[in-house]
Design a protein around this ligand. Structure first.
Ligand SMILES: Cc1ncc(C[n+]2csc(CCOP(=O)(O)OP(=O)(O)O)c2C)c(N)n1
Ligand SMILES: [Mg+2]
Length: 394
């Protein structure tokens, strides 16, 4: 099976960036909305929504960016220990996230704030993890989205296993939209070098699992550029594993949604895995602990600012006659969301550390209970010593 079976093909495509040491620009890239906001046709992939749907996507993109900006500011104010920005990757995340159906399941990394938004996860829950007061933040079964994975690539194996389980449970290939399901596994260009990711590809291919592997190639793995991860475009790797690979303009929300919808449907229909490489750019730092000015050119960032995923949707909508009041309303909604995030972040409750022991196994072992008792005895003694010490100082 090759990429051309589903529409992706190797050929000349739009030049999307300046650095090209690995021949990256020679792989066809699916694009349906240009950086100038002009809709273009593709022979194999079509965005089927109307302008109202595109206005909905604009709202998603705009609010996700506000979540990211607010969380970044909260970290700088000392309210979060860390934040991993998704600025620049909103289209890849919202486009793919909106392609999911309610009963599909997503496996994210730590940067998929736009996907969490599409899975109806309250962004305050994202802050809990980065504030260090939550072990995860949400119930994966409630949202059909796993918790963030900091262990690079590990979630792709979980996704492959979950996909194999869907097949065993008879939830693939019945032509029943209420029953057939697929899995969307996110990972980065750096993660593509991990053994876990390659093992997940092998398992998913061998068992024809309904898994769509969605690689956000944001061109950096902390300070390591993507040309140190691969000498061929990442989408081309799929061929070696026996499933199709398609590269999509990751800053084009329409193309990301159209390609992911096609791949998920293919998986639900029982045609097995597929790799999507969303070619995008990490506009921010790796995390708030990183300083990208030490390893990348300011000019590169400027080039990619010109391909902003939100600006092109706005340009299209303005040209299509969307009134300014629509954009003003979304902006006001974003202000409200930002204010809520700031207010609720600082009110997040401190965790009861003794409860950690409750979550190690479904049924706690005798050892778990003993350790919990030992911890609470130590904690309470410490509190008493502290209180006595305070008393003696008075
Ligand atoms: C197994 C493992 N190895 C190393 C790390 C340290 N680490 C954290 S992020 C990162 C780079 C990941 O890059 P990429 O996959 O491109 O994702 P991005 O951060 O660009 O979204 C590394 C090496 C880790 N978290 N887990
Ligand atoms: Mg990366």
């Amino acid at each position: 099976m090759s990429a051309s079976d589903i529409g992706g093909s190797i050929g000349s495509g739009p030049q999307l960036h300046g650095r090209d040491p690995a021949g990256q620009d020679s792989f066809e890239t699916v694009q349906l909305l240009t950086p100038e906001g002009v809709r273009v046709d593709h022979p194999d992939f079509r965005y089927t929504g109307d302008d109202d749907a595109i206005r909905g996507l604009y709202r998603d993109l705009f609010l996700v960016r506000r979540i990211d900006t607010e969380a970044h500011a909260l970290q700088r104010h000392g309210e979060l220990g860390l934040w991993a920005q998704c600025e620049g990757q909103e289209a890849a995340q919202v486009g793919s996230g909106r392609a999911l159906r309610a009963h599909d399941f997503a496996f994210p990394t730590y940067r998929e704030h736009g996907v969490a938004w599409c899975r109806n996860i309250d962004p305050v829950k994202l802050l809990g993890l980065f504030r260090g007061v939550e072990l995860g933040g949400w119930d994966p079964a409630e949202h059909n989205m796993a918790l963030y994975s900091i262990v690079i690539g590990a979630q792709t194996l979980h996704a492959a296993g979950y996909g194999m389980g869907l097949t065993m449970d008879g939830r693939v290939g019945h032509g029943d939209p209420d029953r057939d399901s697929a899995v969307l596994a996110y990972f980065g260009d750096g993660a593509s070098s991990q053994g876990d990711v390659n093992e997940a590809f092998v398992f998913a291919a061998s068992f024809n699992a309904p898994v769509v592997f969605f690689c956000q190639n944001n061109q950096w793995a902390i300070s390591v550029p993507s040309e140190r991860q691969t000498r061929i475009p990442l989408a081309g790797r799929a061929d070696g594993f026996g499933f199709p690979g398609v590269r999509v303009d990751g800053n084009d929300v329409l193309a990301c949604q159209a390609v992911t919808e096609a791949a998920l449907q293919r998986a639900r229909d029982g045609q097995g895995p597929m790799l999507i490489e969303a070619f995008t750019y990490r506009m921010g730092a790796h995390t708030t602990s990183d300083d990208p000015t030490r390893y990348r050119d300011a000019a590169e960032l400027d080039t990619w600012r010109g391909r902003d995923p939100i600006a092109r949707v706005q340009a299209y909508l303005l040209e299509a006659g969307t009134p300014q009041s629509f954009f003003d309303d979304i902006s006001a909604e974003a202000d409200e969301l930002g204010a809520r995030l700031r207010a609720e972040c600082v009110k997040l409750p401190e965790p009861d550390l003794a409860a950690l022991f409750d979550h190690i196994h479904v049924e706690p072992t005798v050892e778990n209970r003993e350790q919990q008792a030992e911890y609470t005895a130590w904690r309470d003694a410490d509190i008493e010593v502290g209180a006595a010490h305070e008393g003696s100082m008075a």
